[in-house]
Design a protein around this ligand. Structure first.
Ligand SMILES: Nc1ncnc2c1ncn2[C@@H]1O[C@H](COP(=O)(O)OP(=O)(O)OP(=O)(O)O)[C@@H](O)[C@H]1O
Ligand SMILES: [Mg+2]
Length: 401
């Protein structure tokens, strides 16, 4: 048995997040030949266990994995036996067989032995990634059956203070107007150390998202609803904990299961995210129906937005899944940077822009109110409403039927 390398793996396939521990068990020369340069940053939780293709797979190592890529020599009885041993020990573990070349007859035989898919040897990074992602996505959708997941919008900032939390909270309220399910809109404050959502909405209560992240109990409706705090406009707040929580204490799989469970209970789910990017926060993004990046029309904001978008691309979050919201837009005739410049610089569509309305927004937040509760004619509010309308038109409440 050799060394284990831990790398990152996170990928989105057909709207389904795949984020998992993938264990590659391959003979040392194939294991050593993997070319990580093709995408090492994009793979959290990938382990390589170099061992001869006749040696038994250590069950503890395999049990910790979500998927195993196993080198197989179909002409070697011992190599086939170890596949059988593994399937008997861990019948639920998805297995991808790795072999130099496979005929149709051979693939059929391997499928009968319980193999989910096949990759070729020597390993090709892209093929490995695609196949693992496909198999995990299939297993996941089988588990979900026909469960509906509400649209999940992740609101991320370009630079600190650009208004991400203000827009997230008001968007939650505005999406409530499109809630045809009557279940309400959830806002989950994943800014675990500095979360402001509960404060902005005066959502009193004791429960916090931390209760659901550490609980080992089943994530049923009763437990979830008991933690949510009620706010105006039928918004339900999963608040950040009062005590500062270490970011590395979050378990990615647990968080993803939790987000799925919340999505089953509400019409829409909004995420507010922390400033620093970790495996779990990036994984949460890959689960989102759409990532909404809040930018301002300043060089600093657009530069930071660019850096974040590059990071997102490296983990497979690309294209129209990321949309821009321009905050503090001013209706001046002559501007150095306008909305068109933001789209052009960042290569992402703008879903809407939100007017600067100072000090109305912060005055409302100081009182724990939504802006429309203190001013009926707020431009900020009507801009956010327009964005909610555009999102609701694309993403029906409660998720696709
Ligand atoms: N369009 C706006 N008009 C007026 N004030 C705004 C607007 N957007 C945000 N603000 C104000 O800017 C301040 C920062 O907003 P907010 O907390 O939403 O930003 P953030 O991006 O979440 O910040 P952080 O990086 O601290 O999480 C708040 O006082 C808020 O009231
Ligand atoms: Mg914030």
């Amino acid at each position: 048995m050799g060394t284990q390398e831990y790398m990152q793996f996170s990928r989105k396939e057909s709207g389904v997040l795949v984020c998992a521990n993938v264990l590659i068990v391959a003979s040392p020369h194939h294991a050593d030949a993997i070319d990580w340069s093709e995408g090492s940053d994009a793979l959290p939780g990938l382990m390589v266990l170099p061992c001869e293709n006749t040696a038994s797979v250590p069950v503890e190592a395999a049990a910790a994995a979500s998927l195993i890529v196993l080198e197989i020599d179909p002409h070697n009885r011992r190599s086939m036996e170890r596949l059988g041993e593994l399937k008997r020990a861990l019948p639920e573990l998805p297995v991808v067989a790795a072999l130099p070349d496979a005929s149709v007859a051979l693939v059929r035989m391997l499928v009968r032995e319980g193999v989910d898919d096949v990759v070729s040897l020597p390993f090709k990074f892209e093929e490995l990634l695609e196949t693992a992602a496909d198999v995990l996505a299939q297993k996941r959708s089988k588990r979900h059956g026909d469960i509906r997941l509400a649209p999940l919008f992740a609101v991320v900032r370009s630079i600190g203070g650009c208004g991400a939390t203000s827009i997230a909270t008001h968007l939650a309220g505005a999406l409530g107007e499109h809630d045809t399910t009557g279940r309400g809109v959830a806002i989950v404050d994943l800014d675990l150390q500095f979360g402001a959502v509960a404060g902005y909405l005066a959502a009193e209560g004791r429960g916090s998202i931390a209760d659901l992240l550490v609980e080992q109990e089943r994530l049923d409706e009763e437990l979830i609803r008991s933690v949510a705090r009620d706010a105006a406009d039928n918004v339900h707040v999963f608040a950040a904990p009062d005590a500062i929580m270490p970011l590395e204490s979050v378990d990615t799989d647990r968080l993803l299961r939790l987000l799925d469970a919340i999505r089953q209970q509400y019409a829409y789910v909004i995420l507010d995210l922390p400033a620093n990017w970790t495996n779990w926060s990036l994984s949460a993004l890959t689960a989102a129906s759409s990532v909404l990046m809040v930018v301002e029309l300043s060089v600093a904001s657009l530069r930071q937005a660019r850096r974040r978008l590059d990071l997102f691309s490296s983990v497979g979050i690309v294209g129209n899944e990321v949309q821009l919201i321009v905050n503090r837009a001013e209706r001046r005739l002559f501007k150095t940077i306008d909305v068109g410049d933001a789209t052009e610089t960042l290569g992402r569509p703008v879903v809407g822009s939100v007017t600067l309305e100072d000090p109305l927004v912060s005055t409302a937040q100081d009182q724990g109110l939504m802006v429309h509760q203190i001013s009926r004619k707020s431009r900020f509010q009507s801009d956010v409403r327009t964005i909610a309308q555009a999102l609701a038109a694309r993403f029906p409440a409660g998720g696709p039927a």
